[in-house]
Write a new protein. Sequence first.
Length: 106
Amino acid sequence: MTTPAKTLSELNKVVVALLNGPRLKGYVYNLSSLRDSFHLLPRDNPLQQHGTEVEFKDVKAVFFVTDFIGNREHKPNPLAEESPKHGRKIEVTCADGEILVGTTEA
């Protein structure tokens, strides 16, 4: 296990979509897809030493977000910036038919 974060600025705010439907909200520190799992730290006390262990085999997507509020009515803008500011643009079609568009660094 990695050294835990000591400040909020070391944490990333995420929403984790699970394959079986639910979405979990919390914080991650030192997330790596090279591991089998990661710890999702709670929204109310993210600097605690433990979190919920989430196995990548159960994960549909991890969204890095700026807040946890969300907007169910949001519709992506088809005229949005064609070339991303960072990384390469990708589109993923999930087994349940949901299409995710984003960027990747690799």
